[in-house]
Design a binder for this molecule. Structure first.
Ligand SMILES: Cc1cc2nc3c(=O)[nH]c(=O)nc-3n(C[C@H](O)[C@H](O)[C@H](O)COP(=O)(O)OP(=O)(O)OC[C@H]3O[C@@H](n4cnc5c(N)ncnc54)[C@H](O)[C@@H]3O)c2cc1C
Length: 501
């Protein structure tokens, strides 16, 4: 028996006995018609697990994704309830995919045809160690649950900035977050991971394991993580954070990005406790003919953003400015990344990203990118909910880790930049138009950067960038990944999320 899946024979048999011919796809019939499969799928599943087929009550909830473009084709969902559930062999060699937060949007996911989705939503436990230095998290836990559970104990750790993504979806590809300036990436916090490999075996990966290097940046390609133990930290200064935000009109592009370079990024020396973040977006109530630029300064440990950081941006004359103080827990709400914020919703839209890492802003290029974004979204209203994101996290904690020690290769990048093309999918022509638009915007900022090689954060990737852009251009990196792959997943069962074969 070759890879993993889980399910209980009794449940599976129940599903097979109760399938309605009205809604049951041929795939399920063929599955159910083979008693050996029902038997092989069963017997090991815990009582809390479920199997959902098309038409059953939770199938849509389980399979709805953040982006409707290039979604995997799922025929059956196995909702696991225990770590052991995620190990049963599937004798039929069906493709399978882990699902935690459902925000994975890379186009390589469309390679899943008639697949089994392993839904990890019940694996959401958080357990703090006795010495309060570590916590163990279930393999499907979401960022918000991590933050809230740790907060209740006066603790925190690095998660993605968005409440609705999981810990491990981002973490296995590196994982950027608000606390990375102090502690490094999400994956830099890993102490050990329990994983189920392609052959169905359960292993623990830690610093003494061959896979340790690979799971920190290319982990989606090697197994399903059923739980992870990570470092946690005391919440400092009562968790105090503050922010100041600005909306700028189209005439401020060059001055704004020049000021960010000068006063915040400072050639890669942005203070550890400061984050800057901006995006282009359309807001016709304020300007019906051009996009606006939203810009945020976030800072830990202060009651208000100090004059020395705010003054250069105040001077630019925003159309609107807001500020507040609160705690670390308010950051997702302030930045529109909370569970109820628009970016967290799974509303049937295509959400396609075209990431490129930058070191600094080229104000001339920012102008060209802005005008291109503006002209296109004005001309084609179907795309006018799109955003162009510019994230400037602090980097000290990321860069104290030797970049050869992890598969995550891009520790020097100061800025995560990504057009996010958002539209209601209708046909292939619109998809192609959206892709061409996103790629054009990306190429503008890349060409303007003067960089020779394009780095694309794997968790934001569209899918056409290629393994070097995701995992690094030094030949030894892909050689090492491929060698590990040949040993741990020789048949390429984990080849749907940014593969490197
Ligand atoms: C609104 C939004 C905000 C974001 N913010 C951030 C951010 O702040 N920082 C950041 O780094 N990224 C961020 N991302 C990108 C994010 O890292 C990816 O979208 C990631 O794929 C989301 O993981 P998920 O579990 O939510 O999605 P899923 O689609 O469930 O998972 C993505 C892939 O991860 C793998 N996977 C998931 N769980 C496991 C597991 N337990 N074991 C093995 N493989 C697993 C599977 O291959 C799966 O296809 C953001 C994305 C969105 C949409």
């Amino acid at each position: 028996m070759e890879f993993l899946v889980v399910a209980a024979a009794s449940l599976m048999q129940g599903v097979c006995n109760n399938l309605s011919p009205d809604y049951t796809p041929g795939f399920i019939h063929s599955l159910c018609n083979r008693g050996d499969i029902a038997t092989d799928l069963g017997a090991h599943l815990s009582s809390g697990a479920n199997i959902w087929v098309l038409g059953s009550s939770n199938f849509d909830i389980a399979t709805t994704r953040w982006s409707a473009l290039d979604a995997p084709n799922i025929s059956i969902v196995v909702e696991v309830a225990t770590e052991d559930d995620v190990k049963y062999a599937n004798p039929n060699n069906l493709p399978f995919l882990a699902y935690s937060g459902g925000h994975g949007a890379i186009e390589t996911l469309s390679g899943v045809e008639n697949g089994i989705q392993i839904w990890l939503n019940q694996l959401d436990s958080v357990s703090i160690s006795e010495d309060s230095q570590m916590a163990t998290f279930g393999g499907g836990v979401k960022s918000k649950h991590v933050t809230d559970a740790l907060w209740a104990a006066g603790k925190q750790t690095v998660t993605g900035g968005c409440e609705c993504t999981s810990l491990l979806g981002p973490g296995l590809g590196g994982g950027h977050g608000f606390l990375q300036g102090w502690h490094g990436l999400i994956s830099d916090q890993f102490v050990s991971l329990n994983m189920v490999l392609a052959n169905g075996s359960q292993i623990t990966v830690d610093q003494d394991s061959e896979l340790w290097w690979a799971v920190k940046g290319a982990g989606h390609n090697f197994g399903i993580v059923t739980s992870v133990t990570s470092k946690i930290y005391d919440v400092p200064e009562d968790g105090l954070w503050s922010y100041k935000s600005y909306f700028f009109t189209h005439d401020k592009v060059e001055e704004l990005y020049d000021a960010i370079n000068r006063y915040l990024l400072k050639g890669g020396k942005q203070p550890v406790d400061l984050i800057n973040y901006s995006f282009f977006f359309n807001y016709p109530d304020v300007d019906p003919t051009h996009p606006l630029i939203a810009f945020f300064i976030l800072r830990q440990g202060v009651e208000a953003i100090e004059e020395k950081y705010a003054a250069p941006f105040d001077k630019l004359g925003p159309v609107l400015s807001m500020s507040d103080k609160g705690t670390y827990n308010d950051l997702p709400m302030w930045t529109s990344n909370a569970e109820d914020s628009p970016p967290c919703q799974k509303s049937g839209l295509a959400n396609v990203c075209f990431p490129v890492d930058l070191q600094t802003y080229n104000p001339t290029t920012q102008r060209l990118a802005f005008d291109t974004f503006s002209n296109f979204t004005q001309k084609y209203p179907a795309f006018n909910n799109s955003l162009f994101l510019f994230e400037g996290y602090s980097l000290q904690g990321v860069q104290t880790i030797d970049d050869e020690s992890t598969a995550f290769a891009h520790r020097e990048a100061n800025l995560l930049v990504a057009p996010l093309i958002i539209y209601q999918p209708t046909d292939k022509e619109r998809d192609a138009q959206g892709v061409a638009f996103g790629e054009k915007l990306r190429q503008i900022v890349f060409q303007g950067s003067g960089q020779d090689e394009m780095f694309s954060y794997v968790n934001y990737a569209f899918g056409n960038e290629g393994p070097e852009a995701w995992y690094g251009y030094e030949p030894w990196r892909l050689e090492r990944l491929r060698s590990l792959k040949a040993k741990y997943d020789p048949n390429g069962r984990f080849n749907f999320y940014a593969p490197f074969y």
